[in-house]
Design a protein around this ligand. Structure first.
Ligand code: PLP
Length: 507
């Protein structure tokens, strides 16, 4: 069935016959969803895993939550195998590759976290010098640790007005290749959490000129092919490997994602398949696989919707939210495109984003992200109800009326990463040894024994083994003081911030 020379999939005979009859060949079909529905219709008896036996064995206290268990299947005849696909999974993945324009697509059941690690294992080898946009998700760092590649961190640009990250600039990438022409790959993440998407085409061109691979963590951009109203997808711009969290912006279940091999990529799809089997469960969830199949069809249906209609619909939703809360939108600088599926709302003067987020939560409105001066709303293609808008209005009104005298809030403090930083060859071993829990105060000038990661967005501030000091330590203390979440630091009963440091290094 496959068109690429490096990845020949031989379909099972029965499915091949169906394909010959014209079934499952167009974007309106749902191979996995339909196979699960057909299996359920048989009212099958289960003497196999999972232990809930098609949802028959179910504790009453969780029945509502586990109501989809009858479709939570395993590798039965007709349901295919994610790690050796020859049936409905192969077909669903091919339909996905077709809609994104990739050579092959892989369904991820461990989110972009798994996807990033799979992408790195498939593309890189021990000792490879790799450029990494410094404000990268921790899964990229963990993937690089696994393969023992050697990162050279590149500083992203920041918006002068808002302090928010903009992605890599072309001069930064050019300079990087000037100093390290031997680099095997460039790892980019775009768009960021705020939905801001800097141009990628020229950066890919620069990397290709130097023979380097381009790996893109496009976790927040699975919906980009939906229409011209969205930024171009990294697949269409010629990246070698691209990872999407389907669950972030498409109506897919949490933990789902897609990994694409670009059309002209040097990476072999079989290497990706092999890496996926290393990282992901050998018992992938069929509920997740079905939701990836359905999300792909949903994306296809969006592509059939007129761009102007999509644009107006999202614009109306955005305006309705901003008006309800009397909030203003923070726009990126001109050369950067904002994803219309997100709203970066500036908080009312004198209030932090975290405070607004808490007030909205009191009204049962839950947002994705807050910082010193913004709250980020992730939208969907569904219009909002009047009730939702009233809740937003109540939350923001209460914030303003219950906190009349607030101190002025400083703008967003950009993550303090500067310049180009090449890590030592054995960086992946750093921070191993005997550890000790201590206060952040005592931890100054000591080595971190774990990654310290503000979450969201999940960008490691200190890597395990780095010395806790300087501007980054100030940044960490400031973030904790303002109530921002940080993985790798916890609060003691008497309110002190604790972390783990290296007491004695491994020899
Ligand atoms: C840029 C980026 N990459 C990767 C991930 C991991 O995605 P997932 O939650 O799908 O594992 C995230 C999660 O927030 C992210 O923001």
């Amino acid at each position: 069935m496959q068109e690429s020379s490096d990845y020949v999939i031989i379909l099972d005979t029965d499915i091949h016959k169906k394909v010959e009859k014209g079934l499952y060949m167009d974007q309106s079909s749902l191979p996995i969803v339909e196979a699960l529905q057909q299996h359920a219709k048989k009212l099958p008896d289960s003497f196999h895993v999972p232990g809930h036996k098609n949802g028959f064995v179910q504790p009453a206290y969780a029945r509502d939550i586990l109501s989809a268990a009858r479709f939570d299947q395993t590798e039965l005849p007709g349901l295919d195998d994610l790690h050796d696909p020859r049936g409905v999974i192969a077909l669903a993945q091919q339909l996905t590759a077709d809609i994104y324009g990739s050579r092959s697509a892989f369904f991820l059941i461990g989110g972009s976290t798994a996807g990033n690690m799979i992408m790195i294992i498939a593309a890189l080898q021990e000792g490879d010098v790799v450029f990494v946009q410094r404000d990268t998700h921790k899964s990229i760092i963990n993937g690089l640790r696994l393969v023992k590649a050697q990162p050279v961190f590149l500083e992203p640009e920041y918006d002068e007005t808002s302090g928010l990250p903009l992605g890599l600039s072309i001069p930064t990438v050019q300079e990087a290749f000037h100093y390290h022409p031997e680099a095997a790959a460039l790892i980019v993440n775009r768009p960021g959490y705020y939905g801001w998407t800097s141009p990628l085409g020229a950066i890919i061109g620069e990397a290709k000129k130097h023979g380097a691979l381009v790996l893109v963590d496009e976790a927040h951009g699975a919906h980009f092919p939906a229409g011209d109203v969205f930024p171009d997808s990294a697949v269409s711009l010629g990246a070698d490997l691209v990872v999407h969290s389907a669950h972030k912006t498409l109506p897919a279940l949490t933990m789902t994602g897609y990994l694409h091999v670009g059309r002209s990529s040097r990476i072999h799809s079989e290497d990706v398949q092999e890496a996926a089997a290393m990282i992901e469960s050998s018992s992938p969830s069929y509920l997740l696989l079905a939701s990836l199949d359905a999300a792909r069809k949903y994306l296809h249906d969006l592509t059939q919707t007129d761009d102007t209609v999509l644009r107006e619909q999202l614009q109306q939703t955005k305006q309705a939210v901003l008006q309800a809360g009397s909030l203003e939108e923070q726009l990126p600088p001109e050369h950067v495109q904002a994803d219309p599926l997100k709203i970066v709302a500036r908080t009312p003067e004198g209030h932090t984003g975290w405070a607004l987020q808490r007030y909205l939560e009191k009204e049962h409105v839950f947002t994705e992200l807050a910082d010193e001066a913004h709250v980020v709303f992730f939208l969907s293609f569904q219009p909002l109800t009047t009730e939702t808008l009233q809740r937003i209005e109540r939350g923001t009104d209460r914030l303003r009326s219950e906190n009349p005298s607030v101190t002025p809030v400083a703008g967003v403090r950009s993550l303090p990463f500067s310049g180009m930083q090449k890590l030592p060859a054995d960086w992946y071993k750093a921070g191993r040894g005997e550890t000790e829990i201590t206060t952040l105060e005592n931890a100054e000038y000591k080595q971190a024994a774990l990654d310290i990661v503000p979450y969201p967005p999940g960008v490691p501030l200190f890597l395990k083994g780095e010395t806790l000091t300087g501007e980054r330590l100030d940044f960490l203390l400031g973030r904790l003081e303002q109530g921002g979440g940080v993985q790798g630091v916890r609060q003691s009963e008497n309110g002190q911030w604790l972390t783990s440091i290296v007491k004695r290094k491994e020899t």
